[in-house]
Design a protein around this ligand. Structure first.
Ligand SMILES: Nc1ncnc2c1ncn2[C@@H]1O[C@H](COP(=O)(O)OP(=O)(O)OP(=O)(O)O)[C@@H](O)[C@H]1O
Length: 965
């Protein structure tokens, strides 16, 4: 059965996907008003001979206006506006191009389209539609020609509705009244309607002319060849992309050319008989069309739309407010005798303007095509199954690639073996050379690739990893030019020199203080004597003379690396100098402590002096004038925090200090000085016993208010001694820092040596960037890696958790932290290696006061530290402690809660949160948070452990020993 479908239901299975125009790239329905154009023909011969005059005029291309006669009064609308208005001179080509072409060609893109001609009889409908159809056919074939990528299939069917009967114009045998069928999916179809496939444009033209020839035409009073039926010529255009053999979806759309029968009045056409009957039917169907349009014009939801009231509206249902783009050409006669009809046509056109259609792109999957495609695919698969083709291109490619992969794997393994061999050989050579050049102990410290004794699997595994990292660091650092290292060493030496000067200045002040206090008791005198001896000793410590001048730019030469050994030797002696200095300072500090203890305290005199305004005043002044006084925090900061500042800055402060004492205590000091020069420390001027009833050794002549002066003097002296003590501590810290930096440099020098001995090229190394020029991003990455290694090493080496805490909280990735990170990592790596080597063997005998490095010692120290921290937990409130116990899952009942809790801290080096929280708790317990600003430079000396001086420093002292530094 061949049927013609409504525009929305072509001969295929509909794809119900909502669609848009292809130009918009989508498939959504597009709402669009019917395009309405008006064509006014010229007066025809009949009208001219009847002396009709022209009653309508086109004002512009959108407006037509009624031209009344001279005495005529207008009661009806006289002006109409449309999408396009074509005057009597316009050509059909213009009507097509400007009025309907866009709509007609939508069918090529899968959008249904309908073009109507509506108007009274003889107004030019057939005349216009013929021209339009012809132009459209031309354009369609032009488009096909210009779109070779698509394959087009065009079919044509033609029918007429004559006296409400549907006739097939392409098949006169099909009967005079074809039935309309309603399909719920496909809409209205015409039974038995022939749908001819079109081979080309000529064929199409021919078939169109067949349709026209078959159409009912009759002579009326107005038109010799009046069309007495509604004619619908339908083209079904389907197109598929040629390239895609897999594509089974096509555009499909109908293009209807509708030439309606003329609306007429029987009186006008003088119809009777057959013509009258025709006219009645024509008018009936046109009336239904008008009703449908009117109803649609006020909105689709305005109630029932009587499509089914006529065959014309049934068949064209989709073109009227449905899935189609529609253009209506209303043809008009300009004759005054047809004004009424023309006006009706214009009113119809006006309503039609308001009708909205919802066109969408129709994509179809042709069942036939689909089946064909599937059959082809099945056949291909079956063939493949039956005979797996060895020459199959894909299989061949896969096999080829597999072979290539295999070959690449083989080459990679070969290269890896070669690299391993080379590396092994290199390491062996390096080890041999180092053993020749360095002492055996130094080798032990720096040869990170040495194999550890299999002490503990855990430690060994980490050791390997750390050694690898250290190996990489060594390579990186070995790129530092020897010159840079030597430059650094010189800078350090310079600082040491400054430090020595400052220490001497401090001691001078101290000496003056001591001189002022000679009148103290025997103990004090002894202490002072001892102190003076120590001062003399310290003064004898001088920094080593410079061997190489740095300032002025050292000429870099290739032999510079050869001097590194000399450098190390020199640094060894420097190290002992610094160590001496440190020891001397330590002794001085002890002596000062003793001195301070021996001095009578302020409290001893406080009661007697509470009413003394002089004391308060003098104290106030003293505070103001003594930059070294501990209470003068600002000045002290300036003084102490400038270890690397130019000497002059410190000198000023020291000078001020000396000057400050003079004006305030001018009289007193001069008196005292005179006295002290004359008298022994144990006797008063008047020969009075020092154990007088006042109980003070400072009793003086009653001619002066000696007591008050003594007190003032004593207060000032005590304050100064304390300041000096603090300063000496500061000096110690600086010495430690220098030591710290020096250790790193020594390591670098030794590594350089080792690398040089291993045959690395050093000639161009001065071009390489200095060690501390990592980019911020790469430094951050290195920092994170190093910190994690350090945390893991702390755990492995059982390092003090207070040290871990302080280090962790102080060094957070600042570029200036590099030196500390490097040193810590080296120290820990050495420690780990050392612990692995000695295992649980009995530790070597203690050297001096230094703790011996051993696993058991480390564990013991750590245990003591945890006990100390457990005691410190008392600092927290009961509630705080309980909250911590709950959080750290320590049973609330039980005797050992505190130690249990402390034992949980710093246990998991791999859990970042655990580490952070452990650090925060320990910091709180030892008061790191309270101090607020801990200087990184003072890092190693700022915390005090319960018993041991610096147990965490274990490792450096040993390294120093081993290096004979
Ligand atoms: N724009 C025009 N320019 C010149 N001649 C025209 C024009 N329009 C129509 N005519 C002529 O007017 C006559 C009637 O035209 P046509 O047959 O096309 O009218 P119709 O509206 O189709 O009439 P009917 O409804 O009776 O079939 C024809 O001879 C046609 O050539």
């Amino acid at each position: 059965m061949t049927v013609i479908k409504t525009p929305g239901t072509p001969a295929s299975k509909m794809d119900r996907t909502p669609a848009g125009t292809p130009q918009h790239g989508g498939h959504r329905a597009k709402e669009e008003k019917i395009v309405v154009t008006v064509r006014l023909r010229p007066l025809n011969k009949r009208e001219q001979s009847a002396k009709d005059h022209i009653s309508w005029q086109c004002l512009d291309d959108q407006t037509i206006v009624y031209k009344p006669g001279p005495l005529e009064r207008i009661a009806q609308p006289a002006m109409f506006t449309f999408d396009k208005v074509f005057g009597p001179e316009s050509l059909t080509e213009s009507v097509y191009e400007e009025g309907v072409k866009n709509v007609a060609l939508s069918a090529l893109m899968g959008i249904n389209a309908t073009i109507f001609a509506y108007g009274q009889t003889s107004s030019g409908k057939t005349y216009t539609m013929r021209g339009i159809t012809e132009k459209a056919v031309n354009d369609i074939y032009m488009h096909i020609l210009n779109t070779p990528e698509r394959e087009f299939r065009i079919k044509i069917s033609g029918l007429e509705i004559y006296n409400e009967n549907v006739r097939d114009l392409l098949n006169s045998e099909s009967g005079r009244n074809l039935k309309l069928l309603d399909d719920p999916e496909k809409g209205t179809m015409v039974e038995k309607l022939v749908e001819e496939s079109v081979s080309d444009d000529q064929h199409l033209r021919k078939l169109i002319s067949v349709c026209e020839a078959q159409r009912q035409v009759g002579e009326t009073a107005l038109n010799d060849t009046s069309s007495r039926s509604h004619q619908i010529i339908r083209l079904t255009i389907e197109s598929t992309l040629r390239e895609s053999a897999e594509c089974v979806r096509s555009y499909v759309a109908s293009l209807n050319f509708v030439d309606l029968a003329g609306s007429e009045r029987a009186s006008q056409t003088n119809a009777d008989g057959a013509r009258l009957r025709e006219g009645c039917h024509i008018n009936l169907s046109l009336m239904t069309l008008t009703t449908v349009i009117r109803k649609l014009s006020v909105g689709k939801r305005s109630g029932h739309i009587p499509y089914r009231d006529s065959k014309l509206t049934r068949i064209l249902q989709h073109s009227l407010g449905g899935n189609a783009r529609t253009a209506i050409i209303c043809t008009l006669s300009p004759a005054s005798s047809h004004v009424e009809q023309t006006r009706n046509t214009l009113l119809f056109a006006t309503r039609a303007k308001e009708v909205t259609n919802s066109a969408q792109v129709n994509m179809v999957v042709s069942e036939k095509q689909l089946v064909k495609h599937l059959q082809k695919e099945v056949a291909r698969l079956e063939a493949e199954l039956r005979t797996p083709d060895p020459s199959n291109e894909k299989d061949l490619k896969i096999r080829q690639m597999e072979m290539e992969i295999e070959e690449l794997r083989r080459q990679r393994d070969l290269a890896k073996t070669e690299v391993d061999d080379l590396r092994r050989k290199l390491q062996e050579d390096q080890r041999l050379k180092i053993s020749e050049l360095s002492s055996p102990v130094a080798k032990k410290c720096l040869s990170f690739s040495a194999v550890l004794s299999p002490m503990e699997g855990k430690e060994l595994g980490r050791g390997d990893r750390n050694r690898n990292t250290m190996g990489r660091q060594t390579m990186r650092q070995s790129s530092t030019a020897p010159f840079t290292l030597m430059h650094e060493i010189r800078k350090l030496e310079h600082l040491q020199e400054q430090l020595g000067d400052e220490a001497n200045r401090a001691l001078e002040i101290l000496q003056k203080e001591v001189a002022c206090h000679r009148l103290g008791n025997q103990d004090a005198a002894e202490t002072i004597a001892k102190l003076q001896a120590e001062i003399r000793e310290i003064r004898s410590v001088k920094p080593a003379p410079k061997k190489v001048e740095v300032s002025g730019g050292l000429a870099v030469n290739k032999s510079v690396s050869a001097n590194l050994k000399d450098e190390i030797t020199r640094l060894h002696s420097q190290g002992s100098t610094i160590a001496d200095l440190e020891e001397q300072l330590e002794n001085v500090q002890k002596s000062i402590d003793k001195l301070v203890m021996s001095l009578p305290t302020n409290n001893d005199h406080q009661e007697a002096d509470t009413d003394s305004p002089l004391k308060t005043k003098s104290q106030a002044k003293k505070k103001k004038l003594l930059p070294l006084a501990s209470s003068n925090a600002a000045n002290r900061q300036n003084f102490l925090r400038s270890p690397c500042s130019p000497l002059s800055a410190t000198k000023d402060v020291v000078d001020n200090d000396i000057e400050n004492q003079a004006p305030q205590y001018d009289d007193v000091v001069s008196t005292e000085t005179q006295l002290t020069e004359k008298e022994t420390p144990t006797k008063s001027e008047d020969g009075g016993d020092i154990s007088s009833k006042e109980g003070t050794p400072y009793r003086r002549s009653s001619s002066v208010n000696m007591r008050k002066m003594q007190k003032m003097f004593q207060n000032a002296a005590e304050e100064n001694v304390r300041s000096i003590k603090a300063y000496v501590t500061e000096l110690k810290e600086r010495v430690a820092k220098l030591q710290y930096q020096k250790q790193l440099l020594v390591c670098q020098v030794l590594e350089l040596e080792a690398n040089e001995a291993a045959g690395y090229e050093m000639e161009n190394e001065e071009d390489l960037p200095p060690i501390q020029q990592e980019s911020p991003a790469s430094w951050q990455a290195i920092f994170r890696e190093q910190r994690q290694q350090i945390i893991e090493l702390w755990d492995v080496c059982h390092v003090s958790i207070i040290h871990r805490t302080q280090f962790y909280l102080l060094f957070k990735g600042d570029p200036a932290d590099q030196i500390y990170m490097e040193v810590e990592l080296r120290r820990l790596t050495w420690l780990q290696q050392h612990l692995a080597e000695i295992g649980n063997a009995s530790p070597a005998p203690r050297v001096g006061n230094e703790p011996t490095v051993s696993l058991s010692n480390s564990l013991r120290e750590l245990k003591r530290e945890r006990e100390f921290l457990a005691k410190r937990l008392k600092r927290l409130s009961e509630e705080e402690r309980e909250a911590l116990y709950i959080k750290w899952e320590v049973p609330l009942e039980g005797q050992q809660r505190r130690i249990q809790f402390i034992n949980k801290l710093w246990r998991n080096p791999h859990d970042e949160r655990h580490v952070q929280e452990s650090a925060e708790i320990v910091a709180r317990l030892v008061g790191l948070c309270e101090s607020g600003k801990i200087s990184k430079e003072m890092f190693e000396l700022n915390f005090v452990l319960p018993s041991n001086k610096n147990p965490w420093m274990v490792g450096w002292n040993q390294i120093t020993d081993l290096l004979h530094l």
